[in-house]
Design a protein around this ligand. Structure first.
Ligand code: KG4
Ligand code: ZN
Length: 332
């Protein structure tokens, strides 16, 4: 019997999950809402909140799973990428627990875990598949050849897709994180405003030009009507979302042709976006793709995906020692 406790603390969510023989028994998340006050994640504040949350979140995950610490086969943690102060809390906690229980430790790459969240439940993609990973820190098209064998085909050269949502939201006076708010507002509006699509070669992305384009557009219209944003918020949100989604999906279409792959998945916080989910289904039908979209709870940061990834590493006995350190930047 394999029972793994997994910890995720790379950004502003403290999460713990318990997995037994490949099945998730519990997945608890403490989200830090305090960052709203600052308009973005403040690293120092995030690490302090992780420190306060980690013990109760772990206790809750074990209790919900009906598992006691002495039953654990291994402890897994997010090694990176992420905020160093945040990662340190999870890594240090894992080290202390592994040492006291005399069980092995498994380190997990956060982005790989977002992709492997697709193996938590059915239906599951078959290898090879393409995964568009879109979060607050990353935007990548990944060719997934096997559970732990992945190749990045394209990545952002500046902002991530989540940042594009969050930074635009800031320009519109919305709270952080603005992605879910823009998503909600967009449902009440129509994409009547035209924003630019950058001309980036190959499979890379760029979102900084879009942000400048939106800023100029708002400045121009505000000069003519100081209530422009308030009066047009839903349509602006729909237009912003429409453009971000089209930038993502146009590259994904190109990647699918180049890699000759029809199994297509999305992952990461932005994959919770309803405009992206609907458009992906449509583009998938048009192109003969089989499309895989994670459950909402497995899109944003969670420890269930860390546990799932750790399960495949556990099978390979891919363990790490007490000298392991977190990595703010961590490519696979
Ligand atoms: O994966 P995640 O929880 O954390 C990172 O690893 O970054 O992603 C967080 C990002 C934020 O930028 C947030 O605005 C965005 O995901 N996000 C959304 C939605 N839900 C979360 N963006 C657009 N629409 C949503 N519904
Ligand atoms: Zn993430």
């Amino acid at each position: 019997m394999t029972i793994i406790l997994a910890i995720e603390s790379s950004c502003d969510d403290t999460s713990a999950a318990v997995l037994k023989n490949g099945k998730i028994l519990s997945n608890c998340v403490a989200s830090q809402t305090i960052h709203k006050e600052y308009g973005g994640v403040v690293p120092e504040v995030a690490s302090r909140a992780h420190q306060a949350n980690i013990v109760p979140v772990v206790e809750m995950a074990l209790q919900k799973a009906g598992v006691s610490k002495k039953d654990l086969s291994a402890i897994a943690f997010t090694r990176g990428p992420g905020l160093m102060g945040s990662l340190l809390v999870g890594v240090s906690f894992a080290k202390a627990l592994a040492l006291s229980l005399e069980i092995p430790m498994i380190e997990v790459n956060h982005i790989q875990a977002h992709i492997l969240a697709h193996f938590i439940d059915a239906p599951q993609p078959a290898f090879p598949f393409l995964c568009l990973t879109v979060s607050g820190g990353h935007t990548q098209i990944v060719l997934v050849k096997d559970y732990l064998e992945m190749e990045i085909l394209g990545t952002t050269i500046d902002d991530a897709a989540g940042e594009a949502f969050d930074k635009t939201g800031k320009l519109l006076g919305l709270d952080y994180p603005a992605g879910p708010i823009i998503d909600k507002m967009a449902k009440e509006g129509t994409a009547i405003f035209e924003f630019t699509e950058p001309n980036i070669p190959n499979l890379d992305f760029s979102f900084s030009g879009l942000k400048t384009n939106i800023l100029r557009f708002l400045q121009k219209n505000n000069r003519l009507n100081s209530n422009f944003i308030q009066e047009n918020l839903a349509d602006i949100c729909a237009s912003v979302q429409d453009r971000i989604v089209s930038i993502l999906l146009n590259k994904l279409k190109k990647a699918a042709i180049q890699a000759d792959v029809q199994q297509i998945a999305i992952a990461g916080g932005v994959s919770a976006n309803s405009g992206l989910r609907t458009a992906l289904e449509e583009v998938g039908t048009q192109n003969g793709w089989e499309v895989f979209i994670p459950k909402f709870e497995y899109c944003t940061d969670n420890a269930a995906m860390i546990a799932m990834t750790a399960y495949y590493k556990y099978k390979d006995k891919d363990f790490v020692g007490q000298d392991i350190t977190p990595l703010a930047r961590y490519n696979f």
